[in-house]
Design a binder for this molecule. Structure first.
Ligand code: BES
Ligand code: ZN
Ligand code: ZN
Length: 495
């Protein structure tokens, strides 16, 4: 854990490698704490503002060297944009703009001067939680396979300069929560960023075991014979082409004794070649990310346990590769899922719905009050919503409105797509109960959702994260690679 401290001390007296000062655009009168600082700096801040060299605009960042006028080595001014537009998401975004500087300066300690204005509706605790989350989410880099570990986050200690002494406990609680959440997201990113030759079904199971052991979570890994015994024919069908055995990972966290659990299901395809319906080579390497749903489930469970939240939470992960081989499942083959329904596998690249069919059937044994599944399920979701929105499909209105609220709070965007009644006909197969791609023109994400629904017997939300689970261009708080999108959304939802 990082060293977090908080006080109402004068910011001029706090020793640190960087004092971070956040200023709104067009602010005429400086807040008392900033005014005091400005005085010690011979009016440098007000001069920057007066000259227009620093306007407090959203992406404005300026460094001032203190030359021993104050205890901090340097001051980083960040623009917060207009006061009326300030939000939690903006607050997080502004922090992401200073990460390159923090890294460049190799700053070990930072002090952050809090403004009097919190984002709308937020208390000090939430505001600080958001700042800490942003610091550690935007500074993330995946260095495991690099010999030169440059560009690493350097911060070891963070001090919050508060306006009111009574805010201290709240500030530290917010910092701790933020740090736990960011660490869980980064843990999930680490798993998902590993390539297919390292992140195998066995490696995923080992990572789950290890995480569970460190966090008082029960974990068992069902091996191929048990998977067979359970009748998970769809999951096994997908595994047929792979030389690596499938793993069905079950995690159980009992933060309270009674009541129905929430079950989280994550797609764990450790590499998706498409199988016999093989994918084109272009961008196929990105299919190492086809286990991002699984990584999300592990990240969520880790955070929930570290935050000691009073929930009953189950995590289910079917893990396998999707490979072509002489033994692989073929187009037209028919498999039988755990709930007894038969599926004609017209396209072996539509494998996610097959492994989820069995995982969702298995979830029923918990009599869950809600099930959420996370899956990089369809390329079609990118055509529909692009790369900033996760698609949500659900059979429960109340669940959806809760999730929508959580989405606003967390800044992780979702958009609902319908489980269209009129398309349900189209997933029927002439010779099996269901066809794994159906005949509906377009609407690939909805078709996949309708197929999953055939295996669901409880309140349920399906999240198609194919567009959001990883990024090929850096976004605020999301460096290139796996994003862990869905974790903060779910933590907010559970809360
Ligand atoms: N893992 C892919 C979905 C995917 C594709 C995610 C591209 C992110 C980027 C999934 O298993 C898949 O291949 N789906 C097919 C379904 C189709 C055959 C009905 C797809 O989306 O093309
Ligand atoms: Zn596929
Ligand atoms: Zn896939």
């Amino acid at each position: 854990m990082l060293n977090f401290t908080a006080s109402t001390q004068s910011s001029t007296q706090i020793k640190s490698d960087a004092l971070i000062v956040r200023i709104f655009e067009g602010e005429k009168i400086l807040e008392p704490k900033i005014k005091e600082l400005d005085k010690k700096l011979n009016g440098e801040i007000s001069e920057l503002l007066k000259s227009g060299d620093f306007e407090g605009k959203l992406k404005d960042v300026v460094t001032i060297y203190s030359h021993k006028r104050i205890e901090a080595k340097r001051i980083i001014l960040i623009g917060l944009g207009k006061k009326k537009d300030f939000s939690m998401e903006r607050s997080r975004e502004t922090i992401s703009h200073i990460i390159p500087l923090i890294k460049k300066f190799k700053a070990k300690s930072a002090a952050i001067l809090l403004t009097k204005i919190q984002p709308k509706n937020a208390g000090v605790q939430t505001a600080i939680q958001a700042i800490v989350e942003a610091l550690f989410l935007s500074s993330y880099t995946f260095l495991e396979y690099k010999n030169l570990k440059e560009n690493r986050m350097s911060l070891e200690a963070i001090h919050f300069v508060l306006n009111t002494a009574t805010d201290r406990t709240k500030a530290l609680r917010g910092a701790k929560t933020g740090y736990i959440i960011a660490s869980a997201v980064n843990f999930s990113r680490d798993l998902a960023n590993k390539p297919g030759n390292h992140m195998t079904p066995q490696a995923l199971a080992d990572a789950a075991m290890q995480m569970a052991k460190e966090n008082k979570i029960k974990c068992k890994v069902l091996e191929k014979p048990e998977i067979k015994k359970l009748g998970m024919g769809a999951f096994l069908g997908v595994n047929k082409g792979s030389p690596l055995d499938p793993k069905f990972i079950v995690l159980e966290y009992f933060g309270k004794k009674t009541g129905q659990p929430t079950v989280l299901v994550g797609k764990g395809i450790t590499f998706d070649t498409g199988g016999i319906s093989i994918k084109p080579s272009r961008k196929m390497e990105e299919m190492k990310f086809d286990m991002c749903g699984a990584a999300n489930v592990l990240g969520i469970m880790k955070a929930v346990s570290e935050l000691k939240l009073p929930y009953k939470l189950i995590g289910l992960i079917p893990a396998t590769e999707n490979m072509p081989s002489g033994e692989a499942i073929k187009p037209g083959d028919i498999v039988k899922a755990m709930n007894g329904k038969t599926i004609q596998v017209t396209n072996t690249d539509a494998e996610g719905r097959l492994i989820l069919a069995d995982a969702l059937s298995y979830a029923a044994r918990y009599k869950p009050k809600a099930v959420i599944d996370y899956a990089t399920l369809t390329g079609a979701v990118i055509a529909a919503l692009g790369t900033d929105y996760t698609a949500a499909l659900t059979n429960d209105e109340k669940l959806f409105s809760k999730l929508e609220k959580a989405s606003k709070e967390s800044g992780e965007k979702i958009w609902r797509l319908p489980l269209a009644e009129s398309y349900r006909e189209k997933i029927k197969s002439p010779i099996a109960d269901i066809d794994n791609i159906g005949t509906q023109e377009g609407a690939g994400t909805i078709t996949a959702g309708l197929i999953l629904q055939e295996f669901v017997s409880y309140p349920w939300i399906h999240l198609d994260i194919a567009g959001t689970a990883w990024t090929t261009t850096p976004k605020p708080g999301k460096p290139i690679g796996a994003t862990g999108e869905g974790i903060r959304l779910t933590l907010e939802f559970l809360k």
